[in-house]
Write a protein that binds this ligand. Structure first.
Ligand SMILES: Cc1ncc(COP(=O)(O)O)c(C=O)c1O
Length: 360
């Protein structure tokens, strides 16, 4: 067996321990005589799996009792529509546009009501987080929406926007469980799990209880109404059972590692190795304003497209996979989620140094 250093933005690297444990349990889950893939979602065994996953997530994130945890399907992209369907009572909401995913959510909201652009960093290719201290938020807005970590551009909010008392809805797909969060500051926190948490196919949504009601936009499908899912503890229909089981294993791994404060320290340490190198390199440079840099996604360029391509190709040869930047930005991007070991980042930097010497 040989495993590469996988810098993919998602689906992304998972803890090896988790994969090994899942492999060991593949044919016979703890004496049940079957794989979790083959199990009824109504069985006692599966009920324990999903309940334990929720309990572990609640403990990790310190989720207050007045928040529901939902395990959903449809990806983050479907949730872009679920937000207005479930929350746009006045049919008006504010969106902060910090990249492609925020923009897609904004465009989706426009189908349902008036989505207002509160701020944007499009003027500088989304390389920074706009000033969010005094946004043009009006009283009739149902919520303020952000994408907290911008996977493609490598920016992250270091401070949440001043929402002037309005509900905050955040897409945390690419920073989920990478550091502690104060859940009470949000109305809704949600993310696709395929970056930091598990296999694609699950969205985890943490929603304040009072926001889960029957008062949704007309035409909202039963399955996309949060109340349907909340009333059934995410088992209204067949959930992505196996993927939730893997998420549960990742939660256990995170607890064993010491929880989210420890993950934050580890992530800061890993990101620093790469950013420090970029800051002194004569060949490579980071593309994001220093104060807004993400700990999870690190985009960089040489300034020469051909050299970028050569780097990506040679890195692949050397066992560093998926370093090509997003097709809309070019260059390179190293995604260094929780499960990327520090050693992977150190080795990447060593490789970059060597490449720099050879291509000076
Ligand atoms: C921040 C963010 N939001 C949303 C999405 C879309 O997720 P999905 O493919 O699950 O719809 C992505 C995917 O990469 C993302 O990075």
């Amino acid at each position: 067996m040989s495993r590469v250093y996988n810098f993919s933005a998602g689906p992304a690297v998972l803890p090896e321990e988790v994969l090994q444990e899942a492999a060991d349990e593949m044919l016979d889950y703890r004496g049940s005589g079957m794989s979790v893939m083959e199990m009824s979602h109504r069985s006692k065994v599966y009920d324990n799996i999903i309940k334990e996953a929720e309990a572990d997530l609640r403990e990790l994130m310190n989720i207050p009792d007045n928040y529901k945890v939902l395990f959903l399907q449809g990806g983050a992209s479907q949730f872009f529509a679920e937000v207005p369907m479930n929350l746009m009572k006045n049919r008006k909401a504010g969106y902060i546009i910090t990249g492609q995913w925020a923009k897609k959510a904004f465009q989706e909201a426009k189908i349902y009501g008036e989505a207002v652009e509160l701020a944007s960093s499009a003027d500088e290719t989304f390389s920074y987080i706009p000033d969010c201290s005094d946004l043009p938020i009006t009283d009739d807005m149902d919520y303020v929406y952000i994408c907290e970590n911008n996977t493609i551009y490598g920016t992250k909010y270091k401070k949440l926007p001043n929402t002037k008392g309005k509900l905050l809805v955040a897409d945390v797909s690419s920073c989920f469980l990478s550091e502690p969060v104060d859940v009470t500051k949000y109305g809704v926190i949600y993310g696709g799990v395929q970056k930091n948490v598990g296999p694609a196919g699950v969205v985890i949504a943490i929603i304040r209880e009072d926001l889960i009601t029957d008062d949704v936009l007309p035409g909202t499908p039963t399955l996309l109404k949060w109340k349907t899912q909340a009333d059934a503890d995410s088992l209204y229909n067949t959930p992505p059972c196996y993927n939730i089981y893997i998420c549960g294993k990742v939660f256990k791994w995170l607890k064993k590692m010491g929880g989210l404060s420890v993950m934050k320290e580890r992530n800061e340490e890993k990101a620093k190795i790469l950013y420090d190198f970029l800051d002194q390199s004569k060949l490579f440079k980071g593309t994001v304003r220093k104060e807004d840099r993400s700990l999870m996604n690190v985009p960089f360029v040489t300034g020469d497209k051909d050299l970028d391509a050569k780097f990506v190709a040679e890195a692949k040869e050397a066992g560093f996979e998926n370093l090509k930047g997003h097709r809309t930005v070019g260059g390179m991007r190293a995604s260094i989620y929780n499960a990327m070991p520090k050693e992977g980042v150190e080795k990447l930097v060593e490789f970059m140094k060597k490449f720099e010497e050879e291509n000076a």
